[in-house]
Design a protein around this ligand. Structure first.
Ligand code: HEC
Ligand code: HEC
Length: 319
């Protein structure tokens, strides 16, 4: 809360300065109103990113297993996951996405949260298992990073605690952490569609699922980025990750931009009850990404056209 006040104070003074230089109007109360508006805008931007692009809320909330694409159960946003990531997700053990509401993060500074998000080290100094996508978030521009932090600081508070993680390997096996330094990142201009699309794909961790793994099951095979093939063998259903490289027969090379966007929109409902008694389901968070802004989806499409086409035929629902 203290930090939030500090943040809003900073924004207030920036706005105040801008206000006096820009419009020659000395009304202080007007400036105060503008600063509240501007903080609301930052939070709304963070809400959009945390729900529909970086999908923090997808992992850090309880999910409805009876519905298509396991939408978030309303009222549990940020309270912590209802089930752990495990072997079926390529995790050697069990890892739970913790509560990230103010009930749990109240003693964390913005810097503590930013470090967990982009450097993979939490307030107690533990290295986070990289199912938490901090390698990708490491490339997030500061304005987006801090908008997300402002949003999670404003989530309804919960005291929910998740079980401690259990890993079969030491974290030291996982290699070096990405360096901390959110200042270094610049957000590409949205008019540079391909660069901006790459930025969004990185923030949305598409590659974490869509890039195949090497035989050890842990490392990514970036030579074949976006070619799919990993099988999520969950207790409820089995689904293979799609090939979204631009190969025209086995990937999405033949898809037009309209087809691509329609696919996201048609799957974006939170209310589609499972087809086929829960067997034909997916871990692709359609209900979250499906509400992404049109221009953002277009940029993602534009970027995905530029990656290497890889021939890799996958069977969506393997036996
Ligand atoms: C793919 C799932 C996933 C996504 C997406 C995700 N997280 Fe996480 N997050 C996790 C898991 C799992 C952990 C715990 C890792 C561990 O215990 O080793 C975690 C840990 C954290 C922690 C550290 C909490 C603690 O108590 O140590 C913070 C803070 C956090 N995430 C914030 C975020 C934010 C903010 C976003 C969105 C920008 C986000 N996470 C997106 C899965 C995810
Ligand atoms: C948690 C894992 C996961 C993440 C993250 C993820 N996907 Fe997927 N995606 C899947 C799986 C599994 C499928 C196949 C089943 C399905 O169609 O839902 C899939 C299917 C798709 C399809 C349909 C392809 C086809 O041939 O029908 C598209 C397009 C797609 N993903 C794009 C994306 C993009 C773009 C991102 C990032 C914004 C992304 N995915 C992030 C798991 C994921």
């Amino acid at each position: 809360m203290k930090k939030l006040i500090a943040l809003s104070a900073v924004i207030f003074f920036i706005l105040l300065a801008a206000y006096f230089t820009a419009c020659n109007n000395n009304s202080e109360s007007q400036a105060k109103e503008d600063s509240t508006d501007s903080l609301q805008k930052v939070i709304a931007h963070g809400e959009y990113l945390a729900n529909h692009v970086a999908v923090c809320i997808d992992c850090h909330s309880k999910r409805d297993l009876t519905k298509f694409s396991l939408p978030v159960i309303k009222g549990t946003e940020g309270n912590g996951a209802g089930f752990p990531f495990g072997k079926e997700d390529g995790v050697p053990g069990e890892v739970w996405a913790p509560n990230i509401t103010p009930g749990r993060l109240k003693d964390w500074t913005d810097d503590d949260i930013a470090k967990a998000m982009t450097h993979g080290v939490n307030k107690t100094g533990d290295t986070l298992f990289p199912i938490m996508p901090y390698y990708g978030y490491n490339r997030m521009a500061k304005e987006d990073l801090y908008a997300i932090i402002a949003y999670i600081r404003n989530l309804p508070s919960s005291d929910n605690a998740v079980p401690a993680r259990k890993l079969d390997i030491p974290m030291s096996m996982l290699g070096p952490l990405p360096p901390y330094g959110p200042e270094k990142n610049v957000k590409p201009d949205a008019t540079d569609k391909i660069k901006y699309g790459e930025y969004l794909v990185t923030m949305a961790s598409c590659s974490d699922c869509h890039t195949p793994r090497k035989p050890n099951g842990m490392e990514f095979d970036f030579e074949n980025a976006f070619a799919g093939g990993f099988i999520f063998n969950t207790p409820m259903f089995k689904v293979t990750v799609a090939n979204i490289s631009p190969d025209s027969t086995t990937g999405i090379g033949a898809w037009t931009e309209d087809v691509f966007i329609a696919k996201f929109r048609n799957n974006s409902s939170d209310e589609v009850v499972n087809r086929d008694a829960g067997k034909m389901n997916t871990v692709m968070p359609w209900s979250m990404y499906g509400k992404m802004k049109e221009d953002d989806l277009k940029a993602i499409y534009a970027y995905l056209r530029t990656v290497k086409p890889v021939k890799n035929l996958v069977e969506k629902y393997p036996k």
